[in-house]
Design a protein around this ligand. Structure first.
Ligand SMILES: [Zn+2]
Length: 87
């Protein structure tokens, strides 16, 4: 009898592993697709802005994209002053 019990126990372990794996697949939480934040930052006051509707846009800025977004004319003026960009 002891041998049969041992045999069943050995047989039971891989079955249990398979069942647990199935359950794990079923209940695995799907990762939420990350939505890239389409925001740009005002370099003067560090405010995050929506690039599709910036309040002030400077095309003459010396950046890789050639664009710098500002929340206000004041920040744009300050940036131009700091970077010696003629307004
Ligand atoms: Zn600003």
């Amino acid at each position: 009898m002891m041998v049969i019990r041992l045999f069943l126990l050995i047989l039971f372990i891989p079955v249990l592993a398979i069942v647990l794996r199935r359950i794990g697949k079923t209940f695995r939480v799907q990762p939420i697709p990350s939505v890239p934040l389409k925001t740009v930052r005002d370099p003067v006051c560090q405010t995050f802005l929506d690039p599709s509707s910036p309040l002030v846009l400077s095309e003459t800025a010396n950046t890789p994209s050639g664009r710098v977004y500002f929340c206000s004319v004041q920040c744009q003026s300050e940036y131009h002053r700091l970077h010696q960009i003629p307004s």
